[in-house]
Design a protein around this ligand. Structure first.
Ligand code: AMP
Length: 213
């Protein structure tokens, strides 16, 4: 199964992508996670991406496209994959389409997560992630048993540097102008499935599974 999770920052794509990856035994490919790792390693890619990410801007299309082209050709993607945070522009979607065509593959579904913008700001400002396993928590709605410590692996939780109010507003603006048009792009191709991003994580997961089964 090959899925695209489309939606604004804070819509819950990452959480649902991890759950889908486990259920279907296929990898979650998050361009944001790949780029954050590169920034932490201070690699060439990380140095190129850092300023864009810190400002809430998208990294240039060529960088994101190249990452995905390499990744989806890897062996662990042979049975499918879940794209989380890619594509984010029409150019990226077109290039992805070309790459998949060359590989004689298709996207099965594009799941569109719709969430009220005010709710997104609350979610993002309180969000905490595990520095080791990537599990997500929230100060108010999903606090860990011990403050600052991951329930799953005991490592330290951190707040993403771009999860501050100013950068969040920029990211939401960029989403509206650059990524929102992808809904129409995929709707025209007949594989957009819209999800009302309300309910508990498990309730949303049931809705996602119903859409892809
Ligand atoms: P995310 O973790 O998906 O919220 O992504 C964090 C940041 O990484 C974004 O604000 C962008 O700066 C960058 N990024 C992630 N995916 C892409 C993409 N497909 N195209 C361009 N920039 C991206």
């Amino acid at each position: 199964m090959r899925l695209i999770l489309l939606g604004p920052p804070g819509a819950g794509k990452g959480t649902q992508a991890k759950m889908l990856a486990e259920k279907f035994s296929i990898p979650q490919i998050s361009t944001g996670d790949i780029l954050r790792k590169a920034v932490n390693l201070d690699s060439e890619l990380g140095r190129q991406a850092k300023a864009y990410m810190g400002d809430g801007q998208l990294v240039p299309d060529e960088i994101a496209i190249e990452l995905i082209r390499e990744k989806i050709k890897e062996e662990d993607c042979a049975q499918g994959f879940i794209l989380d945070g890619f594509p984010r522009t029409i150019v990226q979607a077109e290039k992805l389409g070309e790459t998949l065509k060359e590989m004689k593959l298709e996207i099965d579904a594009v799941i569109d997560f719709e969430v009220d913008p005010h709710e997104l700001i609350v979610r993002l400002t309180g969000r905490r992630s595990c520095s080791n396993c990537g599990a997500m928590f929230h100060d108010e709605t999903r606090p860990p048993a011990t403050a600052g410590v991951c329930d799953h692996c005991g490592h330290e939780l951190y707040q993403r540097p771009d999860d501050n109010k100013e950068t969040i507003l920029k990211r939401l603006e960029v989403y509206d102008s650059e990524t929102m048009p992808l809904k129409e792009f995929y709707r025209k191709r007949g594989n957009l499935k819209t999800l009302e991003g309300r309910g508990t994580v498990d309730e949303i997961f049931s809705q996602v599974c119903a859409l892809v089964s």
